[in-house]
Design a protein around this ligand. Sequence first.
Ligand code: FE
Length: 207
Amino acid sequence: MNNKAMYALSYGLFVLCARRGEKDNGCITNTAIQVTTTPNRIVVAINKDNYTHDMVRESGRFTLSVLSEEAKFDLFQRFGFQSGRDVDKFAGFEGHTARDGAGVRYVTLGTSAWLSCRVVSATDLGTHTLFLADVEDGDVLSQAPSATYSYYQAHIKPRPAAAAPAQGSKRRWVCKVCGYVYEGEELPADFICPICKHPASDFELLE
Ligand code: FE
């Protein structure tokens, strides 16, 4: 099996938000697709380690904000590179959000549309839960094209600094997720990206 075959799959990018009590949270996901039109249903797969996962599981509701090509990298940092267990991801960002009829926030900045979803079923996938949901409400927010994962990689994620060549025996590795560059003689096998927290396996050597 050539695992690179999996990279050929195309994905969108979304902020998935949930609410539990007075707590709002959201995370970046690329696993949302419409599966039927009558009724209008989507599926999303959420990693069980995500704080948002438990909020969706318990509340049975979530919103999807469809990210557009106008979304800036700091939006991905805000919702993707930190945990709602540690921070309030909406702090200072409330003005770029609104709430659906059930009171769940969605993002209005850098988004092409939002959807309000009610969970119909949850399937245990091991690391993730697959939620099937009815789309109950939603609207278009922008005519900007929706961002694909490929677009994010090519145009939104910062490019590694075109810095001077590494000195002496040093080499450079770039995080394929966020663009952080590590410089050294060898990338430690247990290295964790300081920005996005992805492991060494998500780095590639810069030629
Ligand atoms: Fe990273």
